[in-house]
Design a protein around this ligand. Sequence first.
Ligand code: NDP
Length: 433
Amino acid sequence: VRTTPGEPEFHQAVKEVLDTLRPIIALKEEKYKRQAILERLVEPERQIKFRVPWIDDSGQVHVNTGYRVQFNSAIGPYKGGLRFHPSVNLGIIKFLGFEQIFKNSLTGLPIGGGKGGSNFNPKGKSDREVMAFCQSYMTELHKYIGADADIPAGDIGVGSREIGYMFGQYKRICGSYEGVLTGKGVTFGGSLARKEATGYGLMYLTKELLAINGIDISGKICSVSGAGNVAIYAIEKAHDLGAKVVTCSDSTGWIYDPDGIDVKALKEIKEVRRERLTEYKNYRPNAEYHEGKGVWSVKVDIALPCATQNELHLEDAKMLVKNGVLAVCEGANMPTTLDATAYLQQNKVLFAPGKAANAGGVATSALEMSQNSERISWSFEKVDSKLQNIMIGITHNIDEAAKKYGMDGNYVAGANIAGFNKVVNAMICQGVC
Ligand code: NDP
């Protein structure tokens, strides 16, 4: 990590993991040192950075930077999403790729860690412009990926439209119809329930975590940040489970709807019309729209950050604790800052880190890979039931790992320990590579 200055998000992710692993590493310190396990763990196997030129509707040529970080393939082919957002840089892709190693290990499925993306901003672009960008991005990326090598998926700014355009370009260049991407449309190899999986999975884990601690999710009031793929389906499942979500947000403002967020309206605004949350009041005149940030100021029992990294700060954590929050479960990747996490844990708030709580997305992506290999499609119910079992399994796994090492209730430590042990064991068995 010392050799990679200027990557604060990556350093933050590494610090969180290594700090909690101290007692585990101490048990086998000599062996891990001789094997340079930590040095190998924080150095990606491969980092690819490339030019992505594309032409807009007026004929102007633009150039973006594309990335794919193939972090660790000890337990399976690289697997992790692609993010298209103007804030993307190598440090952000590395933080996401590093987290992905442990998350994928926690799912119990044979998938290694990787992540990619570009600083391209899909907002406000026409369909043709998005297609031009996706085709150019895949024209370079196809050299490094494959159904048994590296299988990207979606993330911020990459949904089924973008995956479709990239899949089409891969097929065209390689002449091969293979499960090289997940999150595909269901008519061409996508899995039912993949779209819902991260948000649903978050709520399955949240329900189980509360139950382990003697709390029933039914009747609880929740706040959600974000209004994208993860947020929408977390809200939908929370309502199915008898909880009520009263907030959501996008990068310009946030909604407070005391009657519970109207998921149908949210889907219409965000998935169909691709508009701002300001539109929500047209559907629900009694709801409040506020500019800027503020979701964490609302009094709730459960907080579910589902937008982006470092969106829940120490002052937000203090506000949540003051308002009596019981649990914070991360739908996004690393949405809570390190000091906010520590504060929540010190104040006995149940805290589920993203690498466990949002693992339902990648787990279902791995189920999509299985279906593609079998040339078969499973029913929604079958995929959803496997997802539930995986999330319940993860909840108990992280709980038990924390207990085993004397850190009862510290699910950050539990997730890191459970994820780490499996990957490191595989790395050692495979020799120095
Ligand atoms: P989407 O692009 O569908 O939605 C992201 C949401 O967060 C949007 O409402 C967006 O608002 C908001 N947002 C994004 N960046 C910012 C920012 N810098 N400041 C404020 N708001 C922001 O992405 P997803 O829902 O897929 O992803 C959300 C999080 O979940 C990410 O951390 C992602 O890595 C993580 N995740 C996603 C998985 C998946 O399956 N999709 C799987 C596991 C984790 P706006 O539209 O205005 O930009």
